[in-house]
Ligand binder design. Structure first.
Ligand SMILES: [Zn+2]
Length: 261
């Protein structure tokens, strides 16, 4: 446990900044016009009046509250999504520093959680998982495994390979059984990225947990005759978070269970 208030404040501020950046990612990576608008250029503008958003109106959480959720120039409402994402990512970074202290594992946990949130929101809204999240996550995951030994570089590479292969296989079987696209390319690449953070056991746990979460939500809908496209990335993101945080405990319990039997 971390009690150092400086670390907590530092983590919170970093989290707010990453949350603010994640808002830009969520907005720009999912749009059809993403070829025209990169993540860093041009600067953000009001979607209604086109006014460029000044730095003082772009401070995470604070600006939205001071402006009471409206554009300074035209009064157009600013989506509640912005402060909510910033606050969630801020809390995530605080939780990570409390859980792991000032370590590489903290940084890996916080960035992994941020990427997963971006994927979940984008998949839920647009049924797509932009490659940028997967590539950024894969590089961060492999990089972190080189320095901290969690899960270890070999484990991270193995996890990425197993994640990719497993979802690819599920996709093949799904296409053969249901005669339709069961697993998008985004899900496959996402699980390679997740594997780099949680290792191959984590990949299995992620897919298992995601299936449970997904069934809890979708089986009742299907029973009522509502066939829907499933944004499976949302559930994979939830499963991956479970595998990252609770994985080691779960494998340990499972091992002891097998040992006792
Ligand atoms: Zn405006």
């Amino acid at each position: 446990m971390v009690a150092d208030p400086l670390l907590l404040v530092g983590a919170a501020l970093l989290g707010l900044c990453f949350g603010s950046f994640l808002n830009v990612c969520i907005l720009r990576l999912a749009k059809e016009d993403k070829k025209q608008r990169s993540l860093f250029h041009p600067p953000s503008t009001c979607p209604s009046c086109g006014q460029r958003i000044e730095w003082r109106d772009n401070i995470p959480l604070v600006s939205w509250l001071l402006l009471r959720g409206r554009c300074r120039r035209c009064g157009h409402p600013i989506s509640l999504q912005y402060p909510v994402i910033e606050a969630v990512v801020g809390v995530l970074w605080i939780a990570a520093i409390v859980a792991y202290g000032p370590t590489v594992r903290f940084l890996a946990a916080a960035l992994f959680g941020t990427v997963l949130l971006g994927i979940a929101v984008t998949d839920a809204r647009h049924y797509l998982i932009p490659d940028e999240y997967n590539w950024a996550g894969l590089i961060i995951g492999l990089g972190a495994s080189l320095t901290s030994g969690v899960p270890g570089f070999t484990q991270a590479v193995l996890g990425a390979v197993v994640g990719f292969a497993l979802l690819y296989a599920v996709g093949l079987v799904g296409r053969w059984v249901f005669k339709e696209e069961a697993m998008g390319g985004g899900d496959i690449k996402m699980m390679a990225m997740v594997g780099a953070f949680v290792g191959w056991k984590g990949v299995l746990l992620t897919v298992f947990a995601a299936s449970v979460f997904g069934s809890l939500v979708y089986v009742p809908l299907l029973l009522r005759g509502r066939k829907r496209h499933v944004p499976f990335g949302v559930f994979l993101a939830m499963g991956a978070a479970v595998a990252f945080v609770f994985g080691p405990t779960i494998y340990d319990l499972y091992g002891r269970f097998l040992g006792a039997g």
